[in-house]
Design a protein around this ligand. Sequence first.
Ligand code: PAF
Length: 289
Amino acid sequence: MKVIKTIEELRPIIKAWRKEGQSVGLVPTMGYLHEGHKSLIVKAAAENDRVVVSDFVNPTQFGVNEDLASYPRDIARDARVCEEAGADLIFHPEPEEMYFRDSCTFVNMGKLTEGLCGKTRPTHFQGVCTVVCKLFHIVAPDKAYFGQKDAQQLAVIRRMVRDLNFDIEIVGCPIVREEDGLAMSSRNTYLDDAERAAALILHKSLMLGKEMIGQGEHDAAKIKEAIMQNIKSEPLARIDYVEIVNPDTMENVDTVEGAALIAMAVYIGKTRLIDNIVIVNDKNKCRLL
Ligand code: PAF
């Protein structure tokens, strides 16, 4: 697998592909790739002539007391995953390659980034939008692939692409789960055995919400309260947030009608995990999107 470390090396490769009329898909990641990432790469390989995977632990999206230093990294393993999944190359820059020491241009978004993860991570989406915007300029893909696990990130990126007129199709891909329901995440590696077992409370609580809606409960406050009580029954869990929102605007809904996103962030020990489901509740028929 070709691992390219500089923008200068990457641009001519993409230019040559373009000259041959080939389409390009981009899968932006922070590395330590798991089955969730692999599913994005496989989809990108099926839908494009060429696939670039960016593998960059982006410092600007981490808050001061967050896990930037300890975030897992293993480029050799990532290269094997990319090879298997059908990528053409990995773009793996150093932070100094991506950011000038005196960089002062950032992409900021209002409302969409203020709730949910943005509440406790106020600088996170500025970092995400800025690095994704830069990757879009560097790679200029036809399509870019993002996981639905970061539901707010997906909505934010879709909005940024619309607002800034990027000619890029954003493809959202379903959450990939372990057999027992835990959503795949590079941060799952932080969990010890007891925490790994406790982490199931996220998915179980989402399923409780789905069940309530399926049984005819539409009151978002009641569903949210039941989910929160369920999470609190797990001693190793501490809630950051549980919200029921419109999946496009991230605004709270009072009643679950049409599509609703139930999203949560929960600390299991010191590890902050996120998970979500999108429920479509049409004419009293409830299904997962
Ligand atoms: O989802 C991620 O891994 C990151 O937020 C992203 C989109 C690669 C930007 O650094």
